[in-house]
Design a binder for this molecule. Structure first.
Ligand SMILES: Nc1ncnc2c1ncn2[C@@H]1O[C@H](COP(=O)(O)OP(=O)(O)OP(=O)(O)O)[C@@H](O)[C@H]1O
Ligand SMILES: CC(=O)N[C@H]1[C@@H]2OC[C@@H](O2)[C@@H](O)[C@@H]1O[C@H](C)C(=O)O
Length: 417
């Protein structure tokens, strides 16, 4: 090391996220060193803390568009911050304490920016018009309507309750300059999972699916990285399982129920005609699109084919697999040499098998196999994003979010009280 170079001090950071499945708070306590190409992350501890049942139900209701008062919103915001702070405290038990928290919070609303006339996002403009506001307030410098994304669980309260500096609200800066504010994980994936010779797709299958395509690490590899939301991950499946089991189950464990049915390929083809799947990236989505209303339409369509419950689940699982495969074939400059899965859907063996079948000779495994926890990768990513914010390093990847430039992501709240 050159005598004037400062040694890079490893930093102990906590990453917190509850995703679109709203199944609980994923917490990762990590030791980070390096910055970008030399970035190293060691997972010291990872755990998922389920939401209190009543809070989960209220979050799902808000996410599904149920109207609530500002007073209730404030209550939910602080209840989420409290359980996130508790998760941060619990994950440190028995370990050296952290000096920084990156908290994604809980998404309750996501409206992508409208890029082109007639495409998704128009709902935002209509909403504003009906509320009597001037839609021009929403326009970017280029005249396109801005997106909007709301994550609850305010960072200031997490910082106060834990006495640890906290970075939160990671999406807003990217959205303010015209980006989608999502997906944000591809930049972290790029530095942790790139390979010198192998082009890789890192496919997260949470409530929503999203991909990061990372070309082999040649000279201009960074500019060739792509990322977008592929569509539904487990969101429709989970809702269908709950509906078809009369509330007895919340997800299809290992995909066993779906595996006992047969996918209806005509229906999958019909569903793949939906606009979102044909929209070119950058693109993002959420439960606003792939939620309860969408599932009801799917169930109605399934009646025409007289599908039994297992067939319905097999067909919805096929939609997730086929939408992932279809988006790679349509939007990637070249197919990857390997697909690495992460998120809860990577535990769905039937889904994994169906995706492997579609991808043929391209091997499908999980990020666990290359040393990065498939269960905690998103939480780890928000620890890294907080660390980058702390160091003044941008966190967005314009080729994934559609923002015109890189920006620092997140608001920092100091933790000395
Ligand atoms: N063993 C399993 N078999 C099948 N599905 C599983 C299994 N374990 C988890 N899942 C699925 O994964 C979902 C949770 O995934 P995850 O925690 O990655 O989602 P999320 O982080 O909420 O979503 P997002 O990435 O969209 O923000 C569950 O709701 C369930 O559908
Ligand atoms: C608005 C929002 O919370 N989006 C999530 C969601 O869950 C998956 C997909 O949709 C992705 O775009 C994003 O999360 C990950 C963490 C991301 O930003 O990379």
């Amino acid at each position: 090391m050159h005598p004037t170079e400062k040694p890079v001090v490893p930093t102990r950071v906590i990453g917190l996220i509850s995703g679109t499945s709203v199944d609980g708070i994923d917490a990762a306590l990590v030791e980070i060193s390096g910055t970008e190409l030399d970035l190293k992350v060691e997972l010291v501890a990872g755990a998922t803390y389920p939401y209190p049942v009543e809070l989960r139900e209220r979050i799902l209701a808000v996410g599904a568009g149920v109207a609530i008062s500002m007073a209730e919103l404030a209550e939910i915001d602080d209840a989420i911050a409290q359980v996130f702070a508790q998760a941060a405290q619990n994950i440190q038990i028995g370990h050296q304490p952290a000096t920084l928290i990156g908290s994604h919070g809980q998404t309750v609303y996501h409206r992508p920016p409208k890029e082109r006339a007639g495409e998704q996002g128009s709902r935002g403009r209509e909403m504003l018009t009906t509320h009597g506001l001037n839609p021009s307030y929403l326009l970017t410098a280029h005249g396109t309507p801005l997106g909007y994304s709301l994550q609850l669980g305010r960072g200031a309260l997490i910082a106060y309750l834990t006495n640890i500096a906290t970075v939160s609200n990671f999406r807003v800066a990217d959205i303010a300059i015209g980006g989608h504010g999502a997906p944000l994980v591809p930049r972290v994936d790029a530095y942790l999972l790139s390979h010198p010779q192998e082009g890789r797709c890192i496919q997260n299958i949470g409530g929503i699916g999203n991909v990061a395509y990372i070309p082999p690490r040649h000279s201009d590899w960074l500019s060739k990285i792509r990322g977008w939301d592929t569509g539904p991950g487990n969101s429709l499946l989970d809702l269908a399982v709950e509906h078809l089991s009369g509330g007895a189950k919340t997800y299809d464990e290992d995909g066993n129920w779906a595996a006992s049915g047969t996918p209806c390929h005509q229906l999958v083809e019909q569903w793949l005609n939906q606009d979102y799947f044909h929209l070119p990236p950058p693109k993002s989505t959420g439960r606003e699109l792939f939620g309860v209303t969408y599932l009801h339409q799917c169930l109605k369509d399934a009646q025409a084919y007289q599908l039994n419950p297992a067939d319905v689940l097999a067909t919805l699982t096929e939609l997730t697999a086929a939408s992932i495969f279809h988006s790679y074939r349509t939007f990637l400059p070249e197919m990857p040499q390997r697909v690495l899965l992460c998120g809860g859907g990577s535990r769905n063996l039937y889904l994994k098998q169906r995706l492997q079948l579609l991808l043929g000779s391209i091997p499908v495994s999980t990020t666990d196999e290359v040393g990065l926890s498939a269960d905690f990768k998103e939480a780890i990513a928000f620890a890294v994003l907080a660390y980058w914010r702390h160091l003044g390093i941008p966190g967005n990847l314009p080729t994934a979010t559609g923002a015109p430039q890189e920006v620092l992501l997140g608001e920092i709240y100091q933790g000395q009280f």
